[in-house]
Ligand binder design. Structure first.
Ligand code: ADP
Ligand code: ZN
Length: 193
């Protein structure tokens, strides 16, 4: 199990609490959504208020819930662009963003604003598309993040740690949403085979 990064709480004065940004990346089935849900649930238990967003186009399971492949879920707000996050966030302490690879580049600035306001931001998303190329804006977010956790699935061909999402059907559309039938987790050598 992965633990939250250790963040020293440095209160510079009574009103300013530093925010920070955690990013969880990896291929499909690596447990990114599970990890996002786990971190937000723990924050909730400790009395922190939370709010989760996900892009509207990710409606694989549910319009208003973040749902993992394991069917664990949390209620979320569906957004079309990242600026909506700033309009919806009020006094919540922890902000979650799932499937962040489907948001626009402005999400970097949005996350910066949230951390400036003292929020803890936890985002999760694919670092690579099905062709094995970087999935923007996630590479930029990896540079921006204070903490990056890279998860692995298990290669369905050989059992090695998998960091690639292999598309089994031939459609050449990067944003194509799919499920288990369309993709499988593969390690580097099985992916490039
Ligand atoms: P992600 O958000 O990274 O796509 P999820 O958190 O939605 O992943 O789902 C993770 C779950 O997917 C695992 O706990 C497991 O039940 C399931 N799963 C399906 N295929 C695999 C695989 N090849 N390797 C690991 N887990 C898998
Ligand atoms: Zn393999």
């Amino acid at each position: 199990m992965y633990n939250e990064p250790h963040v020293p709480f440095k209160k510079t004065d009574e009103t300013s609490i530093p925010g920070w940004f955690e990013l969880v990346v990896g291929p499909m089935f690596s447990g990114k959504t599970e990890e996002l849900i786990r971190r937000l649930k723990r924050a909730n238990i400790a009395g922190q208020s939370t709010l989760i967003f996900k892009p509207k186009m990710d409606t694989r399971y549910h319009k208003s819930h973040v749902v993992s492949h394991d069917e664990n879920f949390l209620v979320s707000k569906a957004i079309e662009n990242s600026k909506e996050i700033l309009e919806m966030v009020k006094d919540e302490n922890v902000i979650g963003i799932d499937e962040v690879q489907f948001l626009d580049d402005a999400v970097i600035e949005v996350i910066r604003e949230l951390t400036k306001a003292g929020k803890r931001v936890v985002a999760a998303g694919l670092d690579k598309d099905y062709a094995g190329n970087p999935f923007r804006p996630v590479p930029d977010l990896m540079a921006e993040a204070d903490y990056v956790t890279k998860l692995h699935a298990i290669c369905v061909r050989c059992g090695a740690p998998a960091s690639f999402s292999y598309r089994k059907s031939p459609v050449k559309e990067k944003l194509l949403l799919g499920e288990k039938e369309d993709y499988e987790a593969r390690c580097r050598s099985c992916f490039f085979e």
